[in-house]
Design a protein around this ligand. Structure first.
Ligand code: ZN
Length: 307
C-alpha cells in the first residue's frame, strides 16, 4: 500500500438516546416510565456538538423517535449544524423481538417525526443494540420498502445480544435482502485476531478498554483501504448521570465504567483522524450518490414538528 496516501475519512455516529433508555436497563426501566426521569440528553448532546465543531468533525445522529418528539429543538439544531439525522427506531425495541409489521410501524413513526423536524429525507437506519441478526435480516426488506438507502446495524462479531460473526466487515453496496430488495450496509468496525472478529471503535469498547483497542480497529480498516465507523452515546460522556440500581456487576460495569474519561478519549480519536456522516462516507467508499438531499444549512426549511 502507498504509505503517503491519506487514510480514508471515517464515519462518526451517535446513537441519540438518554441514560435511562440503555438496553442493559430495559428490564429495570419500563418504557412507560421513561417520562419520569430527569432528562440529560440536551446538555450531553450540546457537549458533543461543541466538541465536533472544535475538531471540524461532522456526524450522523441516529435519533430515537421518542427523544425527537420530546426534544424537537435538539433535532433541528443537529441538522442545522450540518450533521446527518437518521433513524434509531421510535421506542428502542430490539428488532428480533418484533414482528415485521411491528418493526415497520415503529420505524415509520420515527422516520416521519424526523423528516417533519428537519424537512429532509431520512435515508439511514441503525437498529437498537445492533439487533439485526441472521434471524432478523427480514428487517432490511422493511427498511428498503420504507425508503431507507442504507443500514448500519450489523456487527460482525459474537456477542450475547447481537452480531453476525461471518458477515462482511466493510461497507457493501446493494446488499441483497432476503426478500430480493437492495440496501447499502455499513457494518460496525472490527479487527481480526486469528479467525475471530473483535469489536472496536466505539461505545463500551472505547470507554473500557485501553486506547490501543480503538487504534487497532481503525488501523485494520485503513490497512484494508476502508473507513472505520466510530459510535457512541451522549450519556457516555456524562459522569454525573443518576445510577440505575439493581443490575448485575457485569452490566453495571458495561454502563458506568470510565464515564469520566471518555470525553478525553473521544477528543483524542477525533483529533487524530478525519470524520464525516455515514451517508457521505458511503458515497465516497461506494463511489455513488446515495444522499439526494444534503444535510444541514441555515437556509433549511423550518418545518412544523409534532408537539
Ligand atoms: Zn440505542
Amino acid at each position: 500500500m502507498n504509505a503517503t496516501r491519506e487514510p480514508p475519512v471515517n464515519a462518526l455516529s451517535v446513537d441519540l438516546e438518554d441514560y435511562f433508555q440503555v438496553e442493559n436497563f430495559a428490564h429495570l426501566v419500563p418504557r412507560e416510565h421513561w417520562g419520569h426521569f430527569a432528562p440529560r440528553l440536551t446538555a450531553n448532546t450540546h457537549r458533543l456538538l461543541d466538541l465536533f465543531d472544535s475538531v471540524r468533525a461532522r456526524a450522523t445522529f441516529f435519533v430515537l423517535g421518542w427523544c425527537a418528539e420530546r426534544f424537537p429543538h435538539l433535532v433541528r439544531e443537529i441538522h442545522r449544524r450540518g450533521h446527518e439525522v437518521a433513524c434509531h427506531s421510535h421506542m428502542h425495541r430490539l428488532v428480533y423481538t418484533l414482528t415485521p409489521e411491528e418493526m415497520r410501524a415503529d420505524t415509520a413513526r420515527c422516520k416521519a417525526v424526523l423528516e417533519d423536524l428537519t424537512g429532509s429525507r431520512v435515508i439511514g437506519y441503525r437498529a437498537p443494540s445492533y439487533s439485526i441478526t441472521r434471524d432478523s435480516l427480514w428487517a432490511l426488506d422493511v427498511l428498503a420498502d420504507l425508503g431507507f438507502v442504507y443500514d448500519s446495524s450489523i456487527f460482525p462479531v459474537h456477542h450475547d445480544r447481537y452480531g453476525i460473526p461471518d458477515f462482511p466487515r466493510w461497507p457493501i453496496a446493494d446488499y441483497g435482502t432476503p426478500g430480493g430488495a437492495r440496501i447499502h450496509e455499513f457494518p460496525l468496525t472490527t479487527f481480526r485476531v486469528g479467525r475471530t472478529n473483535l469489536p472496536s471503535a466505539g461505545g463500551g469498547y472505547l470507554r473500557m478498554l485501553p486506547m490501543t483497542w480503538t487504534w487497532q480497529g481503525i488501523a485494520a480498516a485503513h490497512r484494508a483501504g476502508q473507513p472505520a465507523m466510530l459510535y457512541l452515546h451522549p450519556w457516555e460522556i456524562d459522569p454525573g448521570q443518576p445510577r440505575i440500581e439493581g443490575m448485575t456487576r457485569l452490566r453495571t460495569l458495561r454502563c458506568y465504567y470510565n464515564l469520566g474519561g471518555t470525553y478525553e478519549r473521544l477528543e483524542q480519536v477525533l483529533d487524530r483522524f478525519r470524520w464525516a456522516p455515514v451517508s457521505e462516507v458511503l458515497e465516497t467508499t461506494l463511489g455513488r450518490t446515495i444522499n439526494p438531499v444534503r444535510t444541514g444549512g441555515a437556509d433549511s426549511p423550518a418545518p412544523v414538528g409534532p408537539n
